[in-house]
Design a protein around this ligand. Sequence first.
Ligand code: ATP
Length: 359
Amino acid sequence: MSIEVRLVDVVKTFDTTFALDSINLSVEKGELFFLLGPSGCGKTTCLRTIAGFYQPDSGELLFGDQLMNNIPPHKRNTGMVFQNYALWPHMTVAENIEYGLSLRKEDKSLRREKVLSALQTIQMEDYIDRPINKLSGGEQQRVALARALVIEPDVLLLDEPLSNMDAKLRLEMRNEIKRIHSQSNITAVYVTHDQSEALSMADRMAVMKDGKIIQVGTPRHVYCFPSNTFVANFIGETNFVCGSVESHGTANTVINSEIGMLSSHVENSFQRGEKVSCSIRPEAIHVGGPLHQGVVNQFEAKVTGIIYLGRIEECHLLVNDSIPLKATRYKPGDHDTRVGEHLTCFIASEDVILLPPDM
Ligand code: ATP
């Protein structure tokens, strides 16, 4: 059974540090929800509070309608997956998966049935009697997932489960965890500092900073409509261009910016004369197109560097001899750009996101 997890005004301090500073969060039933943010932002504290390893100083933690603040960890029916797998090295795959069921004193034949079904879910039926120390990192993490899921927890908690793996395996395991999650349909909270992991896997995510939740949304929404410069910079890459609002119409805002006049069609509530920071993603800057008369958001830039990355290439640009920008181009083989060249650049008005400038 999957349930909703809610944190209401949760505060957790360590000495003078607000690890959780009035957190309000609702994780929906069956959701794969990510907590994302830089080191020290409070992700692990939040996860451990849900698990029951930490007690909030104030506020409420609810599973469905039940207040969990005073329920000890072993009575919360949560399954946990750790970065270092935390499996018993002297036991086989099946013994590891069965361990939680034996603690719960489940009937032996039912235990066997559940272990076999969990092995099927992780597609490792052939490894049933293999000792843990004869498995790869990816296989061990799948066993750890099966061990967490076999007890049929109300909430699955994952603490940076992929960070011990090499880059290629991490990519494979993203799909594997997503597949297993969608099969089990369990409410899951997943902590990572890897934004690409969150973008590619999350149903929704919360971006945290200094113990606070800065923005919650689907990956697409958070990427396309970041609420401030911190989120825009943390989720993906971006360029910031300073400016002030020249005019504000119903669908179009014109910015007098340091790279010239920019038009933005992204909804905002800035007033004429206000200072703004325009966030422009590298992939939104089209480099080297023809100059079109009467078209807005065009400017000339000098190419200061080209970094070939196989599938894409990065163009480092300088506008007005002083404003650096980074652009990304696909199909790098199709271009013959040289460092020192001056090229026309274009940004669609839909891609100019206006944010409050940093103080
Ligand atoms: P990381 O990605 O590095 O694991 P995090 O986002 O998970 O970081 P937390 O571990 O939740 O961050 O820590 C949040 C803040 O609380 C940090 O400033 C940290 O130093 C502090 N903190 C966490 N645990 C303790 C503790 N047991 N005692 C004292 N301070 C702590």
